[in-house]
Ligand binder design. Sequence first.
Ligand code: 5GP
Length: 205
Amino acid sequence: MHDFGAILIVSGPSGAGKSSLIKAAKEQIGDFYFSISTTTRAPRKGERDGIDYFFVDKKTFERDIKAGDFLEYAQVHGNYYGTSLKPVKKALKAGKLVIFDIDVQGHAIARERMGDLITSVFVTTPSLSELERRLKSRGTDDGEIVRKRIQNALVEIEYMTAYDFLIINDDFEKALDSFIAVAKAARLKKGRKQTLSFINRWRES
Ligand code: 5GP
């Protein structure tokens, strides 16, 4: 049963440490495919096209929406973000765990479309003031953008109830241990279709 793919969705306010957790867990959760999103936001210092995101303009993004290229997409902080369907399907077929770092709107859409393959985890700071402190000290976004991110976090936090797991990123090492456990469990999640085909094979063998 172990070669069926599954999806792990990681959400939470910008600055809560989602990317750091995914990076730090890399060696310990086995082979996975990180879904590189497409966005219309400008690259931050150090971000590279095709590695952190596919950076495109609004026109291109809207053309891709029309072409049905996205499994889900949403507007976050005034920019488009979306998950391309094709590479996800390919990775699932290859039996991989696919990790999405997407917002709460994207989580809701993906759940509707592929719910039985999805495990989800919401990562947050212990408090709003700690989030503010981290966003400011990160220094990658200017004041106005930090303000937008805080505003968005206040709304996002309400969607936490829709997630399977919650990780409060206070002590990073502890948060990392929890994240690894969640990712390992996510890999074991089986979709209905895959389970039915296993049952058929099991009966015949
Ligand atoms: P950032 O600009 O900090 O990289 O990301 C802003 C927010 O957009 C984060 O909450 C991140 O999880 C979310 N995000 C990134 N990629 C996607 C995507 O493909 N779809 C959706 N719905 N949200 C995304």
